[in-house]
Write a protein that binds this ligand. Structure first.
Ligand SMILES: C[S@@+](CC[C@H](N)C(=O)[O-])C[C@H]1O[C@@H](n2cnc3c(N)ncnc32)[C@H](O)[C@@H]1O
Length: 326
């Protein structure tokens, strides 16, 4: 069994992203579990790490039997044991049954013949506790993505507005696209969504009405050694049928929408419905609700996520699926 520990920034998004990539995952608050490890775990934006569970149970029962033997479950090389309480304290659980130091010592004693290396361990065993539950697991993945280093102002070519890379990655994942698949962003700006998809190995196609944006996206993709097709095109003239669309239409003061924003957004929804075969992940400002229009064009809503960008702007991310029943 694999435990995926989510980051607490946005748990709903973390669960939805996990479910989209691993439909058999089961959500449990701060973590999800899956029976088998999958390489797609590495794509998760709003998760911290994955553990192969070696022991789990009530904290009290950890002390009842003799020390567990983890020797055979441990891969070759040195190890370190770490402890994390998800209750926001320093290791004492609510029931007072757990003391971080004692747990670590007992787990380390269960790894006989293995060398401890606290500075550069080859393997890390985590003891994770919440309330009276304890998980002991071997870390199989740690999220080391440097999202902050890919923010708009640090890229080769900047945009007036661009999504945070972590959010862009989660949006791509919400499509459920396989790593061998392809996504289209038909309003790609400087390519924030395409960069995250491309870094996960997904094939990317971008379009933007503005030639300057097209050139900037090309520069940005090249900066990350991502190959992708990027062309200048008005979304309303797009005829390319694709399985997955992920996009972030213009909004707010920094982007120019000629005429009524609601009319423009409704046209976008209709166009995306016409060109997409499977899933659309699209963000809108809170002031616009795409659901009534989506219903008229055969789109089934499968998720809605509020995401506060800053004090004056909350984006709402919608996940729509082509309704095959109609
Ligand atoms: C908010 S930006 C996209 C930002 C991008 N998702 C990112 O993270 O870098 C919206 C983009 O939509 C483009 N756009 C506006 N109207 C369009 C249209 N009719 N067809 C294609 N692109 C359009 C704008 O030029 C702008 O670059």
């Amino acid at each position: 069994m694999i435990l995926i520990l989510h980051s607490q920034e946005d748990l709903r998004l973390a669960h939805a992203e996990t479910q989209a990539l691993m439909p058999k995952a089961v959500s449990h608050g701060l973590w999800s579990t899956v029976k088998r490890a999958s390489p797609t775990i590495r794509r998760l934006a709003y998760s911290r790490m994955a553990l192969r569970i070696l022991w789990e149970g009530r904290a009290g029962s950890f002390w009842k039997k003799g020390p567990p033997d983890f020797t055979r479950a441990m891969p070759k090389g040195s190890f370190a044991v770490r402890f994390r309480s998800l209750d926001g304290d320093s290791g004492k659980t609510g029931s007072g049954k757990l003391d971080a130091r004692k747990v670590i010592e007992r787990v380390a004693a269960g790894c006989r013949g293995k060398k401890v290396d606290l500075a550069h361990p080859r393997n890390t065993i985590w003891c994770i506790t919440q309330k009276d539950r304890l998980f002991i697991g071997l870390q199989t993945w740690k999220n080391e993505e440097r999202f902050a280093g890919r923010r708009n102002h640090l890229r080769r070519a900047r945009a007036p507005v661009s999504l945070h890379p972590k959010l862009a990655r989660a949006m791509v994942n919400l499509t459920g696209v396989r790593t061998s698949g392809m996504i289209l962003d038909p309003l790609c700006g400087t390519g924030g969504i395409l960069i995250e998809a491309g870094l996960m190995g997904i094939r990317v196609t971008g379009q933007d009405i503005d030639r300057v944006m097209v050139d900037r996206t090309k520069k940005n993709l090249a900066g990350f050694r991502i190959q992708g097709k990027v062309i200048q095109k008005d979304v309303f003239l797009s005829r390319q049928a694709v399985s997955y669309v992920v996009t972030d239409p213009p909004y707010g003061k920094n982007t120019s929408i000629r005429g009524d924003a609601a009319v423009f957004y409704a046209r976008i929804i209709r166009k995306l419905a016409a060109i997409t075969r499977k899933r659309i992940v699209v963000s809108f400002p809170r002031t616009y609700d795409p659901r009534p229009t989506a219903r008229t064009c055969n789109l089934k809503l499968v998720g809605v996520f509020d995401h506060v960008l800053h004090r004056s702007l909350t984006k709402v991310i919608y996940v729509f699926e082509k309704d095959s029943r109609r």
